[in-house]
Design a protein. Structure first.
Length: 175
């Protein structure tokens, strides 16, 4: 799935799209995290600032010049997952960089956390995991943009999320 297909499913995104690539320091992010991010995420980040869907799902998107804050936030989510794992409450999921470890890409106002499972060396093959605030863990075999577009169109059920998310005409707000 391409960014264009996500924009077709979620046309409200176009209101916050930038005209030029945002200029994220991907080398810094890779050096600091050891992660080569999935190509659809890179494309999304270069076109859009951080945003929220329907005042519920917020995407973790770095801003130019603030890449260190992005890394710090990511490490915070990974630390929380480590604590859950250490307390035997992560259902066997582990934080990145452990093999098959999870990498956070979003969260919700209800406490849900959205991850990629870095289960292969090719980031295009990573799957989506949702850690629901009710301790549900749901998996989607596809990319971030496929997941978001599928949620909006109804092709992907909102497993682990409120059944009415997203609304019929999702609202996009730049953070």
């Amino acid at each position: 799935m391409s960014l264009r297909q996500l924009e077709e499913a979620l046309p409200a995104l176009l209101e916050i799209r930038t005209d030029e690539p945002r200029g994220i320091d991907w080398n810094f992010l890779t050096e600091e995290t050891g992660i080569v991010f999935p190509p659809d995420f890179v494309e999304l980040v270069e076109a859009y600032p951080p945003f929220t869907v329907d005042e519920f799902l917020g995407l973790h998107i770095p801003s130019p010049g603030e890449e260190a804050q992005f890394v710090s936030g990511m490490r915070g989510f990974l630390g929380n997952l480590s604590s859950l794992r250490d307390s035997d409450m992560s259902h066997g999921y582990v934080p990145y960089p452990e093999p098959g470890g999870l990498v956070p890409w979003g969260d919700s106002c209800d406490g849900d956390v959205f991850f990629w499972r870095a289960n292969e060396t090719n980031p295009q093959s990573w799957t989506i995991l949702v850690s629901g605030h009710n301790d549900d863990w749901c998996e989607f075999k596809g990319t971030l943009t496929e997941y978001l577009a599928g949620l909006v169109t109804g092709a992907v059920p909102p497993d682990g999320l409120p059944p009415d998310f997203p609304g019929a005409t999702p609202v996009i707000e730049a953070d």
